[in-house]
Design a protein around this ligand. Structure first.
Ligand code: BES
Ligand code: ZN
Ligand code: MN
Length: 505
């Protein structure tokens, strides 16, 4: 019987779920396929004219004039040419200004999305003027922009074929991409898949299983998973309290990648609520489905360690996922309950829906006790408040240290995961004092994202270099960007990958 059920599940949920064009590099465009080209000046096609025949160039010029295509950033123009070669051409405006690497990644993203709209077996992507480094970012963008989560659509036909980015040395470009960019893009995609999977599929133990599977065979990795007994012995009453309302027990997963000798590691700790109902402080139903992605922080820290380890980055990283399902079961904690954290400090529960700061209070304490990190960054879909402050352009960044804040912001800017600093005044600590315990996990009338940050900060030692990212406005996109299609964004993997490399340069 059980066997039959398993077969049944397998037939419904295919193993290869999100097949896309495979991204690679080639020395020449395939004239029988589709061509996607970056254009900075609609009047002067430059090198592009050199690879199209005269007839195709004429058709492109006519289409540009007819549609008034001005090569503005992100503008696209699709041309069907009567020419035998290059009959399908897509132009993507990149603007005339200096291109940063992230702009090339954005071009790649638009190319990746366009490549899904054609049946051509081979899609060639021309990014004339891009440096070798920029071409790598085009590759990352192409993989990110082509993403969609289709595994539960029974009539879905996956896009297949190749996407070849034109490069003068395609062998070297492909080797470089296989060594790094492909791992980064795959890590972002893994996080998006984890976010998109519903909470009847992903719960703490299943998160652990999938994160482990992704690291199998990768060198210099060690994995440790704390179960309920382990967490009880360590006194982690905060994460245990959050998990106790669910039949699916909480977990703390710790992945260590040692690629940089004996130096103290950077620790990334992520909020991993596999579903947030709010608990006894139950949320309303509108939008509650999106709380399946309340584990984005935990997935992102795991994605970052995947990317860094698989590309053999010379860094020491520890990724910690604080995993629990926040449910209102009969064993659930109540508002008014008091829990004792691993640090010894006690918390009065004002709202069981402010659960992210609870699981993280134990995670960041464990991180400091165990690893004495050279830098600690926690990542969490922590507050609706941050989305109201910053929309879906920036995640909230909090740190007591101007230098750390500047470095994290710079990593965000370079990588494409933008963050904006919000205040973390010491006076916010007044807001989280409880009458009967050391702290309380909710307050009224206070700046929500900042008090959330201050709460986590209460479990960070003065001497620990620390930053907090509140990504609640960024985890799920209502509007696509060049590299982030609708839905799960995989936000912060690129930033964390970039930051770790910067910090250990
Ligand atoms: N997971 C939510 C925050 C959230 C909101 C993430 C919207 C993504 C989109 C978090 O656990 C939460 O419920 N926060 C409360 C905190 C409050 C009870 C102090 C909030 O923001 O309302
Ligand atoms: Zn939550
Ligand atoms: Mn909540």
């Amino acid at each position: 019987m059980r066997f039959a059920i398993i077969l049944f599940l397998i037939s419904f949920f295919p193993a290869v779920a999100n097949a896309e064009r495979s991204v690679s590099f080639a020395e020449a465009a395939d004239s029988g396929g589709a061509l996607i080209a970056a254009v900075s000046d609609a009047e002067n096609l430059g090198d592009l004219a050199g690879i199209l025949g005269d007839e195709a160039v004429e058709d492109v010029r006519r289409a540009i004039a007819a549609k008034g295509f001005a090569a503005d950033v992100g503008a696209t123009l699709s041309v069907v040419s009567g020419a035998e070669e290059f009959g399908e051409i897509h132009l993507v405006g990149i603007g005339a200004d200096d291109m940063r690497l992230r702009d090339w990644e954005n071009f790649g993203g638009r190319a990746g999305a366009l490549a899904k709209t054609t049946k051509a077996e081979i899609v060639s992507v021309a990014a004339f003027g891009a440096s070798n480094e920029a071409l790598q970012r085009v590759g990352v963008g192409a993989m990110l922009g082509a993403y969609s989560f289709d595994k539960y659509k029974s009539d879905h036909e996956p896009v297949t074929g190749a996407l070849n980015i034109i490069s003068t040395d395609s062998g070297a470009a492909t080797a470089a991409f296989d060594a790094r960019g492909r791992h980064l893009a795959n890590a972002v995609i893994w996080v998006r898949n984890m976010q998109s999977e519903p909470a009847n599929i992903i719960y703490p133990e299943e998160f652990v299983r999938r994160a482990r599977a992704e690291l199998r065979g990768v060198s210099n990795i060690s994995v440790q998973v704390l179960d309920v007994g382990d967490m009880e012995r360590l006194g982690m009453g905060a994460i245990l309290g959050v998990g106790q309302g669910s039949d699916r027990p909480p977990r703390m997963m710790i992945v260590r990648y040692q690629g940089g000798g004996d130096e103290a590691p950077i620790v990334y700790a992520g909020k991993g609520i596999t579903f947030d109902t709010g608990g006894i402080s139950l949320k309303r139903n509108a939008g509650m489905w999106a709380m399946k992605a309340d584990m984005t922080g935990a997935a992102a820290v795991m994605g970052a360690v995947q990317s860094l380890a698989k590309s053999h980055a010379p860094v020491n990283i520890v990724a910690i996922a604080a995993l629990a399902e926040n449910m209102p079961g009969s064993g659930a904690q109540r508002p008014g309950d008091v829990v004792k954290t691993m640090s010894g400090k006690t918390i009065e529960i004002m709202s069981t829906d402010a659960e992210g700061r609870l699981v993280l209070s134990d995670a960041v304490w464990y991180a400091q006790e165990r690893y004495n990190p050279r830098l600690l960054v926690d990542v969490a879909t922590l507050t609706g408040s941050v989305g109201r402050a910053l929309g879906d352009e920036y995640a909230g960044l909090f740190s007591w240290d101007d230098g750390i804040a500047a470095r994290v912001k710079a990593a965000g800017e370079a990588s494409g995961d933008d963050v904006w600093r919000l205040p973390l005044h010491k006076k916010y600590n007044e807001q989280i004092k409880s009458v009967i315990a050391d702290f309380k996990n909710g307050s009224t009338g206070a700046p929500g994202a900042s008090t959330g940050a201050a709460f986590i900060g209460a479990f960070v030692k003065e001497e620990t270099p620390w930053a907090h990212l509140d990504i609640a406005g960024m985890d799920w996109r209502e509007e696509a960007t060049a590299t982030m299609p609708l839905g799960a964004s995989g936000f912060s993997v690129r930033l964390l990958d970039h930051l770790a490399r910067d910090e250990t340069e």
